[in-house]
Design a protein around this ligand. Structure first.
Ligand SMILES: [Zn+2]
Length: 413
């Protein structure tokens, strides 16, 4: 049974914070903290929030716990839900990871053999390495891939474009380097990093905008060479917002303060996104793949509108599983509607994490853990995609938009 003794310090806390004190005088002693019907706690006015350390136990009646409240790091409740569990260790169909960062594994025969063993265990048939390789580094990686009888059809690389110092003479050089990288084996461009739009500067010192007209020759070259452009723009919107207790990514930003984009140092999220959308629209013959679903997996209507406006646009799924899996009905319908536009990719190369993706896409399991608490403090749900859609998302769409990917190992349909 609770005693009311703990309520008094909480009341004084709320008085000290000032927000409530100005609107509602607080009596000093209990049973003064009894509200209508005799409920214990602090009364608030309609529209007000409960004071810190309390929660709304009845309408407009806030109470703090008797025991000291754990921090969000230490509160780890075990779910009592008993529901069907379908762990999916390997993808149902051969998958292409379009957002591969195989780290140093393309540097040696042992490395690529190691990569192959992990890919086999997950049924990832192919990895597209999105490490912005160019010149000798790209040639070395391609040589390692070609030297492996087992892996020569299972890894492909994207070429990097150097967006620094865009100005007179830049485009000719960049296009020539891209052509050389394609001759060396590159099948696309990317990953164009988030620095493009947020921090990259032109030769004249101004910020390089995504839709800068000086970049037109490189996008035209990508269309001519049939190279999809894999592009990561900005970061989750919360990284641009004030870091307070209403920010969904408070924990992540507090763990990694460098992920913040304060407005005095960076352009606003919407400013960068508007430039990006303009880039997609201005180059309809160039195929773009927006990494991380363009950071709009939390707003599927917005993403759908983008797909409708730009038929040359595709979305890649890396690192946004927490948004797909928290809206299983809407996400299911979205995947059905845009089944020709969504491409699997994982981003961070952690073999243990792929099965979470398979489980969300392939099952109807409910209320299960995500792999990274600091991304999402909520649970995931399966979206139960039909086989025909899984095939497109896992490999069909990637093969269709990337003409130079090997077809071996994928079903013909
Ligand atoms: Zn990436």
């Amino acid at each position: 049974m609770r005693t009311s003794s703990v309520v008094i310090p909480l009341l004084s806390l709320s008085l000290a914070s000032g927000s409530l004190a100005s609107q509602q005088p607080q009596p000093q002693q209990q049973p003064s903290n009894r509200g209508p019907g005799g409920a214990r706690g602090t009364q608030i006015q309609p529209g007000e929030s409960c004071p810190p350390g309390t929660t709304e136990i009845r309408p407009r009646n806030c109470l703090g716990p008797e025991a000291p409240a754990p921090s969000i790091l230490d509160y780890r409740p075990k779910s009592t839900l008993v529901a069907p569990v379908h762990m999916v260790k390997t993808a149902k169909y051969a998958a292409i990871d379009y957002h591969g960062h195989p780290q140093g594994l393309l540097g040696s025969a042992e490395g690529i053999a190691n990569l192959g063993a992990y890919m086999d265990s997950l049924n990832v048939r192919m990895m597209v390495a999105a490490d912005n390789m160019s010149g000798d580094r790209l040639k070395n990686a391609v040589a390692v891939i070609n030297a492996s009888p087992k892996m020569k059809d299972r890894v492909r690389v994207l070429a990097g474009v150097d967006f620094r110092n865009v100005g007179p003479g830049w485009a000719e050089k960049a296009v020539a380097q891209l052509e050389a990288d394609v001759a060396a084996g590159a099948v696309g461009v990317g990953e164009v990093g988030k620095g493009f739009g947020l921090s990259a500067k032109k030769a004249d010192g101004t910020r390089l905008k995504l839709d800068d007209p000086e970049l037109k020759p490189i996008w035209d070259a990508c269309a001519r060479l049939r190279l999809p452009v894999f592009i990561h723009t900005a970061d989750p919107q919360e990284f641009f917002e004030p870091v307070d207790y209403t920010n969904e990514r408070w924990l992540e930003i507090s763990l990694f303060p460098g992920r913040r984009y304060p407005p005095d140092k960076f352009p606003k999220f919407e400013e960068v996104m508007a430039e990006r959308d303009n880039l997609f629209r201005k180059h309809p013959k160039t195929t773009f793949v927006a990494a991380h679903m363009g950071w709009h997996a939390n707003d599927l209507a917005r993403l759908g509108k983008m797909f409708d406006e730009s038929p040359n646009l595709y979305g890649e799924l890396g690192a946004v599983l927490y948004d797909i899996g928290r809206q299983p009905r809407a996400a299911h319908d979205f995947f059905i509607k845009y089944q020709d536009r969504i491409i699997f990719g994982k981003d961070s190369y952690q073999p243990d994490e792929y099965p979470y993706y398979w489980r969300v896409f392939e099952t109807n399991d409910e209320y299960f853990d995500y792999y990274r608490d600091y991304h999402a403090f909520w649970k995931l749900y399966g979206i139960g995609l039909p086989d025909a859609v899984l095939k497109k998302v896992y490999y069909g769409n990637a093969l269709r938009i990337t003409p130079n990917l090997p077809r071996a190992g994928f079903p013909a349909n």
